[in-house]
Ligand binder design. Structure first.
Ligand code: GLC
Length: 717
C-alpha cells in the first residue's frame, strides 16, 4: 500500500478499531474450538469484537494454522486489516543453533547471520512474520538465567553480533523476500543488570553508565534496521521501561530516530501497578501510551481504558493515531495488505524446516561455539586406540537445545554417546542414566568401576536446561552437588578426566580444576552432540573464546573485564592491605573474557603502530604478526584493546575495539592489522555527549582480555 492509502485506512477506523490494533494476544484466543477459546477470553474479558480487532498474535506457527486464523480474522475485521504473527525464534526455529551466549563465543558475525537467516527461513514458511530477537542485553552476572540468551559483557561485540542477526532475519529487502522476518531488539533497556542477578529485579545505574555501556549494543542493532523494539520488565532510574518516556520518547525515538514499533514485554504494561508507579490499569495505560509503547502484549489496559483517556482529553487521539500508524506501516513493510500470509507455505514447511542444509549449518556454528578451557598434556583430541569411558548425566542426554528453543525437538538431537559412536569412537559407559541433580550411590559405584578400567574418562556434566533462561536465576553457580560428588569419585580412580559442559551460564568450576581438559559446549542445539564429538575427536579444531567472564566464585559477581581502575587498584600494591581486593578470593576471573584454547599453538610477534599519534582524519594502525607454530591448521581470534588513560569520567582499564578470526596453516604467519579511529574512542561524558578527548591511550593486542601485549602509548590530537 502507498502511505496515502494507509492514512486513508486510519481515517476510516473507529476509536475501538484503532485501540484494537494495539492489543497482542496469543493464538489460543483464535482456536476454532470454543472450549479452548472461552477460558482465555473470560480471563482477559474479551468478546468476539475484541478478537476481530486485536492487531497481532503471539506464538502461533504452522502455515495451515496461520492461514486458517488469518482468513477468518480478515473476514471478521470490518476493514479487512490483516493480523500479524509474532514469536520467539531466539536461536533457531525448529533447527536449533547454539544458545546466543554460545554462538557469540564464535566471535563470528557470519555465524550469527547464518543462524538468523536459517531461523527466518524456517519461521517464515511456518507462518511467522516477526521474531523477538536479537536480545542485546549486556550481562555481567552469571546468576541471571537469561545470560544464556545474551551475547555477553562487551557492548562492541554485542552490537556487531546483533547487527549481523538483524541482517540475517530481515535481509536486504524485507518486503520482497518473504523468506525473511522482521527483527525485534530486546529488552530495552538494561534488563541484564538486575540487582543480585535475580530475574525481574530492579535495575539502578547512572544514566551515564546506561548510555556508555548498556545502550550501545541496542543502538547498533537498531541502526542495522531492526523493525521493532521490546520493552524490558525492569525499572530504569526508578521508572519501569514500559512507562519510561525518557527512555523511549527522548532516547529511542528523538535521539536515535527510531520510528518502528515498540511492543511491551509479556504483561509488562499492567505490571506497572505491581511496580507501584501505576495506581490501576487506567494509569498504566496512560503511562505506557505516553511513553510510546505501541503494542500491549497480553494485558488489556489499553483496550479497557484508552478510549476513556482519549475522550477525556488526557491522551490526545493523535498519540493513538501515531501508534496505530506504526503498526499499519509494519504490516505494510511486510506486504501483508497484498499478501496476508507472506511466506507461509505448507509444502515448503515440509522441505525447508530441518533440512540437511540447515542442520549442517547448525553443526558448523556449534563447532565454532565450543570453548576449549583447558587441555593439559594434550589430553584432547581423543585417541581412538585408547580405552575411553563416557560417563555423567549429559553423556546420553538430548537436553541440548537450551531454554528458548520453543519449536525445537529433543527427538531431533543425537546425544553425545550416539555422536561419538557415529564418529567411530567406541566408548564404555554404564547401562543406567545419571540424574543431573539426584545423587545415586549405585550410579557412582558403576561409574567408578568403568572409570577404573579406562585410559581416559569423558565426564559429561552440566545444568539441565531449565536451570537457565527466563525466571531461572541461581544463587550458587557451581555444578550440582551430585555431579561434583561423581567427579570426585571418578577422579579418585582415574586422573585423566575430560569434562564436557552443557550449561546456560558461566559456572564456578573450581571443584573440577583437577580435570585434564574442559570443553564448554553450552547448549549447542540440534546438532550439538555431533559438534561436540567433532571437537573431542579432533575432526574440528576448537577456536571459540568466551564473551562472558567465568568467575572463580559467585562472590566475585558481577565480574567483567572492562572494569574501572578505582582509586586503589590492587595492581598498584598487590601486597597492600588498603587496596581494592577480597581477603578470600582473587579479583580476577577463572577464565576471562576472550579466553579460549586451540589444538594449534599461536605465537604473537611484537605489536607495532604505524604512528604513535592519531586524530579524526588519521586513524591508528596497530599490527601484530601471528604465527601458527603447531603442526595443525587452526583459527585464532586476535583481539585489540584500548585504555583511555585520562577521561572526564573514569574509563575502563581496557575496552575491546577490534577483533579478527585468523585461520593459519601449520607454520604459517600473517600480519594482522587493526584500525582504531577517533570515533572508536568516543565515550559518554558527564553531560551525556558522546565525544573523544585528546590525550594518551594505551593499545594492547592478544589472545584474550588478560594475556595482552605490553601496552603501546599513543596520543590522540
Ligand atoms: C517473555 C520474554 C520475552 C519474550 C516474550 C514473548 O516473557 O521476556 O523475551 O519475547 O515474553 O514470549
Amino acid at each position: 500500500m502507498e502511505q496515502s492509502q494507509l492514512t486513508d485506512l486510519l481515517g476510516q477506523m473507529t476509536l475501538d478499531e484503532k485501540i484494537g490494533q494495539l492489543l497482542q494476544i496469543t493464538g489460543d484466543f483464535y482456536s476454532d474450538k470454543a472450549e479452548e477459546r472461552t477460558g482465555p477470553m473470560t480471563q482477559l474479558g474479551l468478546d468476539e469484537d475484541d478478537l476481530a480487532n486485536a492487531g497481532t498474535v503471539l506464538g502461533v506457527t504452522g502455515a495451515e494454522e496461520c492461514r486458517k486464523i488469518q482468513t477468518a480474522y480478515m473476514k471478521r475485521n470490518r476493514l479487512h486489516i490483516p493480523t500479524l504473527f509474532m514469536g520467539d525464534v531466539i536461536h533457531g526455529f525448529r533447527t536449533i543453533f547454539p544458545i546466543p551466549l554460545g554462538l557469540a563465543s564464535s566471535w563470528d558475525e557470519s555465524a550469527a547471520e547464518t543462524m538468523a537467516r536459517v531461523s527466518a527461513h524456517e519461521a517464515s514458511v511456518s507462518g511467522l512474520f516477526v521474531t523477538f530477537s536479537p536480545m542485546v542485553d549486556l550481562v555481567r552476572d552469571a546468576r541471571w538465567g537469561r545470560v544464556m540468551e545474551s551475547t555477553g559483557e562487551d557492548p562492541y561485540l554485542n552490537g556487531k553480533l546483533a547487527a549481523a542477526m538483524v541482517h540475517g532475519y530481515q535481509g536486504d529487502d524485507l518486503l520482497a523476500d518473504t523468506t525473511r522476518v522482521a527483527a525485534c531488539v530486546k529488552h530495552f533497556a538494561a534488563y541484564g543488570a538486575a540487582v543480585a542477578g535475580r530475574d525481574y529485579n530492579t535495575v539502578d545505574m547512572s544514566e551515564r553508565q546506561l548510555r556508555d555501556m548498556y545502550l550501545p549494543g541496542y543502538k547498533t542493532a537498531i541502526d542495522a534496521g531492526a523493525k521493532l523494539v521490546m520493552t524490558s520488565f525492569n525499572t530504569v532510574d526508578g521508572v519501569p521501561a514500559s512507562g519510561n518516556r525518557h527512555l523511549f520518547r527522548d532516547i529511542l525515538r528523538r535521539e536515535w530516530g527510531f520510528d518502528g514499533v515498540v511492543i511491551s514485554d509479556f504483561g509488562a504494561v499492567k505490571e506497572m501497578i505491581s511496580h507501584g508507579v501505576a495506581a490501576d490499569e487506567r494509569d498504566a495505560a496512560k503511562l505506557a501510551i505516553k511513553a510510546g509503547v505501541d503494542i500491549e502484549m497480553m494485558t488489556v489496559c489499553y483496550l479497557r481504558h484508552l478510549k476513556d483517556l482519549i475522550v477525556s482529553g488526557e491522551v490526545p487521539e493523535q498519540v493513538l493515531d501515531e501508534s496505530v500508524m506504526r503498526i499499519l506501516e509494519l504490516k505494510n513493510d511486510l506486504g501483508l495488505f497484498e499478501n496476508p500470509l507472506r511466506g507461509a507455505d505448507a509444502e515448503a514447511e515440509r522441505t525447508v524446516v530441518m533440512s540437511k542444509q540447515h542442520r549442517d549449518a547448525a553443526r558448523r556454528v556449534a563447532e565454532e561455539s565450543m570453548v576449549l578451557l583447558k587441555n593439559d598434556d594434550a589430553t584432547l583430541p581423543l585417541d581412538a586406540s585408547r580405552k575411553i569411558a563416557l560417563l555423567g548425566p549429559a553423556a546420553k542426554s538430548t537436553d541440548l537445545l537450551g531454554a528458548w528453543s520453543w519449536k525445537g525437538q529433543e527427538d531431533d538431537v543425537a546425544a553425545l554417546d550416539v555422536s561419538l559412536r557415529e564418529a567411530g569412537i567406541q566408548v564404555s559407559t554404564v547401562d543406567g542414566d545419571f540424574d543431573y541433580l539426584q545423587p545415586s550411590d549405585q550410579a557412582v559405584e558403576e561409574a567408578v568401576r568403568v572409570a577404573k578400567d579406562a585410559d581416559v574418562v569423558v565426564l559429561a556434566l552440566g545444568e539441565p536446561s531449565y536451570m537457565s533462561g527466563e525466571a531461572s536465576s541461581r544463587s550458587d553457580i557451581r555444578l550440582p552437588q551430585a555431579q561434583l560428588d561423581l567427579f570426585k569419585a571418578v577422579a579418585a580412580v582415574n586422573d585423566r578426566i575430560i569434562v564436557t559442559l552443557f550449561n546456560g551460564r558461566p559456572l564456578d568450576l573450581s571443584d573440577i580444576q583437577s580435570a585434564k581438559a574442559i570443553v564448554e559446549a553450552w547448549f549447542p542445539g540440534t546438532e550439538g552432540g555431533r559438534a561436540l564429538a567433532d571437537v573431542l575427536t579432533g575432526a574440528v579444531n576448537p577456536s571459540a573464546k568466551l564473551t562472558m567472564s567465568f568467575p572463580v566464585s559467585v562472590g566475585q559477581v558481577p565480574i567483567y573485564y572492562n572494569v574501572d581502575n578505582t582509586g586503589r587498584p590492587y595492581e598498584n600494591d598487590p601486597e597492600g592491605k588498603y587496596v581494592s581486593k577480597y581477603l578470600d578470593v582473587s579479583n580476577y576471573a577463572a577464565y576471562p573474557f576472550g579466553f579460549g584454547l586451540s589444538y594449534s599453538k599461536f605465537e604473537y610477534g611484537e605489536v607495532k603502530v604505524e604512528d604513535h599519534e592519531f586524530d579524526a582524519d588519521n586513524p591508528l594502525k596497530v599490527s601484530v604478526e601471528l604465527r601458527n607454530v603447531s603442526e595443525r591448521e587452526g583459527t585464532e581470534i586476535v583481539q585489540c584493546y584500548v585504555h583511555d588513560l585520562v577521561g572526564e569520567v573514569v574509563r575502563p582499564i581496557k575496552q575491546l575495539k577490534g577483533y579478527e578470526r585468523v585461520t593459519l596453516a601449520a607454520g604459517e604467519s600473517r600480519t594482522v592489522t587493526f584500525t582504531i579511529t577517533e570515533e572508536d574512542v568516543r565515550y559518554v561524558h558527564a553531560d551525556y555527549e558522546l565525544d573523544s578527548d585528546p590525550g594518551d591511550f594505551d593499545v594492547m593486542v592478544g589472545p584474550n582480555s588478560r594475556d595482552l601485549s605490553k601496552a603501546i602509548r599513543v596520543h590522540l590530537f
